[in-house]
Design a protein around this ligand. Structure first.
Ligand SMILES: [Zn+2]
Length: 154
């Protein structure tokens, strides 16, 4: 069935084939960044090196929302990488990411504190983590993290 023209198509005809990135046409990236996925996390998911630990953190959160297990494993430092089975997270619906802090902890170390919100089976949860990242041969990797709130409770 041919696609019916929508109202407003006439006005936009001249720019129909231009590939200008625009906030109007594409939703913001799932990581919460201001740019669309194509200009935000997509290049990292395609293999480009993330320039900062925060960019890597965002692209990893984004990969969680999209179920990109291969990317999550590829950006996990080999020393702490889990076995390739993240299927327990399948029912998780990711709601948003808030970066609290991003600081250098040495020439090849960085810390990113974030809060990720998600839902499992209708119940809302929040993950507050202080993650450690390590830079190796120009690429950032997720190493491990602490959970400040859980620690407070103990
Ligand atoms: Zn993004």
């Amino acid at each position: 069935m041919p696609r019916l023209p929508e109202a407003g198509d006439e006005a936009g005809k001249q720019e129909e084939h231009s590939i200008k990135p625009g906030k109007q046409t594409q939703p913001p990236c799932p990581c919460g960044g201001p740019r669309a996925y194509d200009q935000c996390c997509a290049p990292y998911h395609a293999g480009a090196a993330a320039p900062t630990a925060e960019a890597l953190m965002r692209s990893r959160y984004c990969a969680y929302t999209m179920g990109l297990e291969a990317y999550l494993l590829a950006t996990w430092h080999a020393s702490t990488r889990p076995l390739p089975d993240l299927s327990a997270d399948k029912d998780t619906r990711w709601l948003g990411l808030e970066i609290r802090r991003h600081e250098s902890a040495g020439p090849d170390r960085a810390i990113v504190e974030f809060i990720a919100r998600y839902k499992i089976g209708g119940r809302a949860h929040r993950l507050h983590e202080v993650s450690r990242f390590v830079l190796e041969e120009g690429r950032w990797y997720y190493m491990d993290g602490d959970f400040p709130e859980k620690k407070d409770r103990v």
